[in-house]
Design a binder for this molecule. Sequence first.
Ligand SMILES: N[C@@H](CCC(=O)N[C@@H](CS)C(=O)NCC(=O)O)C(=O)O
Length: 191
Amino acid sequence: MATQLYGTYTSPYVRHCRIALVETGQDFELIQTDYAQSARLAPAKRVPFLKVGNRVLNDSLSILKFVRESAGQDFLPNIDDCDLFALTNTALDTAINLFLLEKDGLTPEQSGYLGRQSERVRDTLDALDSFAATLPAQSSHYTDGELRLGCFLDWGLFRKRISLTDHPRLESFLQRMRTYPAFADTAPTTG
Ligand SMILES: N[C@@H](CCC(=O)N[C@@H](CS)C(=O)NCC(=O)O)C(=O)O
């Protein structure tokens, strides 16, 4: 049964799904999908979405649960890791919305609401930096909460949406994760 992951090589959500597929040794095809195509092909008008057999999954959350569980693994079994995933995801969703709105000429200076979105990313980054202090200095295995954090940080730097200069613990966490092959091999490239 061919697994088709629709997405881009820059999306952090797609990247997390690619990492899980690689980690679980599942064969899959990445079908490159731009915004116009995802708007046509998916009700959420976003990537990733995944097709396997008759099943279509419309969000990285359900895709990851499917990939992990079909390989006999747990998905987010630990409450603190689940919260790390959720908190990181809130910052990531917000940062991506701000990025896309800026492409349309809408900036935080123009709207109180967007200003609060910008503060949300900043304050969450501070909280994540404190959290990173609790992580082990070395790891050969990363949880899905940690992988989501790595995908967010690398995307944020790639798109120049964040700086880790004032977040040394996140910086060293990311440097460690960049030595993990499944993460290194899926780094955002162009687009
Ligand atoms: N909750 C979704 C978020 C996916 C998402 O925001 N994808 C971005 C690409 S990184 C997208 O396709 N955005 C297009 C848009 O919002 O129009 C998931 O986890 O899969």
